[in-house]
Design a protein around this ligand. Sequence first.
Ligand SMILES: NC(=O)C1=CN([C@@H]2O[C@H](COP(=O)(O)OP(=O)(O)OC[C@H]3O[C@@H](n4cnc5c(N)ncnc54)[C@H](O)[C@@H]3O)[C@@H](O)[C@H]2O)C=CC1
Ligand SMILES: O=C(CO)COP(=O)(O)O
Length: 335
Amino acid sequence: MTKAAVFGTGSWGTTFAMLLAGAGTETILWGRRAEVVEAIDRRHVNPDYLPDTVLPDTLRATTDPAEALDGADFVVLAVPSQTLRGNLTAWKPHLPPEAVLVSLMKGIELGTTKRMSEVICEVAEVPQERVAVVSGPNLVGEIVLGQPAATVVACPDERVAERLQEACHLPWFRAYTNPDVVGVELGGAVKNVIALAVGVAAGMGLGDNVGAMLMTRGLAEISRLGAALGADPHTFAGLAGMGDLVATCTSPLSRNRTFGENLGKGMTLEEVIAATKQTAEGVKSCESVLELARKHDVEMPITEVVVAVVHDGMPPGEAGMLLMSRSPKPERYGV
Ligand SMILES: NC(=O)C1=CN([C@@H]2O[C@H](COP(=O)(O)OP(=O)(O)OC[C@H]3O[C@@H](n4cnc5c(N)ncnc54)[C@H](O)[C@@H]3O)[C@@H](O)[C@H]2O)C=CC1
Ligand SMILES: O=C(CO)COP(=O)(O)O
């Protein structure tokens, strides 16, 4: 029987573990906090993140990384992106030599501008063929209700992608494979930044034309960065590109959109951070995405104003003026 160890008992780690267990994969969760782990293991509930969801009886949990990793075929990583390097360094001595490492994370590392799969390869010292990425329009609040959804499993080794696809595929959760890890990861990380922008606009009371403009021009930014980094342009028209962009930018369930909306309504950054209980990856990753874009000489004007609003205190109205007063261009400028 295929065995998976899922690291991170937050909303997506717990939900993806449920999907794996539901698909017949023997699954164990690792968490930091004993009380959460105990509640999952004994009472089949995650009181902090999914209090209304009954978890499968077969889903186990532990605080011991060695126990979680013992015999694991898949090691699924679902901690906040900026904590991955430190955590994985600690877990590395226990990693089974043949295990496939799977990233569920949608961020870019601050300081290094590395994608999560790059951090995994570097820290765990494994080749790209042993690292997979799962990304798509996968809002947890809908998946835990059993509503239909689809995702993308990306890995350069097609057989590894197919094994992981099989390990999480359910009648109501479709997993598609794609060899383009770069595109799938960029789609997931940058859509969070665009969702912050769409949220700010919504919070300011602006309408659907503005939302559509930001999403579409945001997709142009993602595609330009992807082209510079060697991604397959088709990926951005798929679930991990446009699909996740639309879901995150339009859903009230999105933490990134909600974060932006609160800023747009006039809350201070400190107030918004205090009101945000879960990980909104775009808040930190907007800076690393912008740095990555600058390294590759890619223009990302929406990302620039998101960084200015979220980190440098630029008023949202001024950010909007800056975007609207850019010089007129052909639509496919810079692509
Ligand atoms: N929630 C969602 O709808 C989806 C989330 N994702 C991505 O999955 C990743 C994880 O997000 P969520 O589970 O939603 O976040 P979350 O905020 O719900 O949970 C984060 C988990 O990480 C733990 N954690 C926090 N700091 C830590 C540290 N320093 N070391 C170890 N563990 C730590 C928390 O205790 C919690 O268990 C993110 O990159 C997110 O973008 C992807 C798809 C869907
Ligand atoms: O990635 C997600 C949906 O696919 C979740 O988005 P948020 O992190 O903004 O909630």
